[in-house]
Design a protein around this ligand. Structure first.
Ligand SMILES: [Zn+2]
Ligand SMILES: [Zn+2]
Length: 376
């Protein structure tokens, strides 16, 4: 039976060997080895990476989910388990998630004969790309789940802190791109070209007007341009320019509206300046929506295992592809403190490992509670 020290070791090993989304081959093998060493059943599913394990018996089941991928970030934290995979880092704490959910699996395995149902433990790939949840749901392995439970470690909360809210808890995350095609020329002869950089400048301003001028004071949304590029020297008018960024919103109506405005800005500026503008809008994960009853249950269970629970008054503007589960099955996604000075996705992100003390208890108690209720 593994203990806290084992959880720490698992986490450090995952941390040392991070792998990018949809390429978590060694991570999957490592997970498989650990699960098999505790005789935990792994479902036979057509997954390239990631896996689903199963514990218990009976007709109904609940699911617990962790993500397993890392980010293309060069780690700046120095410890004995610093990433040795060049340019990759578990900067979102999915190493913590994996270790804690492995702990959940082994704890549940130990009480398997007492479980009043089954639990499917999801080790999901490609969360950072926003669609890994669908790799799992596409296999049908979660079809019929009575509940799906998940969490994210959260740096600004202390390790005994737990935050949740009913309803929408994370925003939808979309990506937009503008590809501007002008006409290049000698920098001294602008009349012979059609400068895409001028259009780019207009586009930046216009895009910023969506939230400030089109959404009401009571609506929420974020539109951020993260990248612009054009040209490569001082005395040439470039022939192309490129802009990309992200949209965060909390309901479908605003999401659709922002997309419509972005497209209108693209076509309007193309018309006004006589350039070609291709506007691309990529819909990534939708908002995670917590089930009301499960949220109440989560609060009760969290308190029972010793967390200080706070109810969030607003959703977070981060994205989370747990929405791939929450939009199909009753779900609850929570935030548990990891007490790091630096934020998620930062090269110095350094979660407090003591988060691994209580997280397993929360999920084990929650699973037991739900299975007991279901069997009544
Ligand atoms: Zn992340
Ligand atoms: Zn994450």
């Amino acid at each position: 039976m593994p203990h806290y020290e084992d959880y720490i070791n698992w986490r450090r090993t995952f941390h040392q060997y991070p792998e990018l989304s949809d390429a978590e081959y060694e991570t999957t093998k490592r997970l498989r080895r650990i699960l098999e060493s505790y005789n935990i059943t792994i479902l036979d599913l057509p997954l390239e990476t990631g896996l689903v394990a199963e514990i218990g018996q009976g007709e109904h089941f609940v699911a617990v989910r962790t993500d397993i991928d890392a980010l293309p970030i060069k780690e700046q934290v120095v410890h004995e388990f610093t990433s040795t995979n060049e340019g990759m880092m578990h900067a979102c704490g999915h190493d913590i998630h994996m270790a804690s959910i492995l702990a959940v699996a082994t704890k549940l395995k130990e009480i398997e004969s007492q479980l009043a149902g089954r639990v499917r433990i999801i080790f999901q790939p490609a969360e950072e790309l926003g669609y890994g949840a669908y790799h799992i749901t596409d296999t049908g392995a979660i079809e019929g789940a009575k509940a799906v439970l998940g969490y994210h470690n959260y740096p600004t909360l202390d390790i005994d802190e737990f935050a949740v809210k009913s309803g929408v808890i994370t925003s939808s995350v979309d990506r937009f791109e503008f590809k501007i095609k002008g006409v290049g020329a000698h920098a001294a002869k602008p009349e012979q070209g059609n400068d895409p950089v001028i259009v780019l400048g207009q586009l930046i301003n216009s895009v910023q007007s969506i939230v400030s001028r089109n959404l009401s004071a009571f609506d929420n949304g974020v539109v951020t341009i993260g990248e612009v590029s054009s040209g490569n020297t001082w005395n040439v008018i470039a022939d192309e320019a490129y802009v990309q960024g992200t949209v965060r919103s909390f309901d479908e109506e605003k999401r659709n509206y922002i997309e419509k405005r972005l497209r209108a800005i693209g076509s309007g500026l193309a018309e006004a300046f006589g350039v070609e503008i291709e506007t691309l809008y990529h819909r990534l994960p939708g908002a995670v929506v917590n089930d009301e009853k499960l949220t109440e249950d989560a609060i009760e269970v969290a308190k029972s295992v010793g967390y200080n629970v706070s109810i969030m008054d607003q959703p977070l503007t981060i994205g989370e592809d747990f929405s791939g589960f929450s939009n199909k099955y009753p779900s609850v996604f929570v935030f548990i403190g990891s007490n790091s000075e630096y934020d998620l996705h930062h090269p110095k992100y350094d979660p407090d490992e003591r988060i691994l003390e209580k997280v397993p208890d929360y999920f084990v108690s929650f699973v037991q509670k739900l299975l007991n209720e279901q069997s009544k």
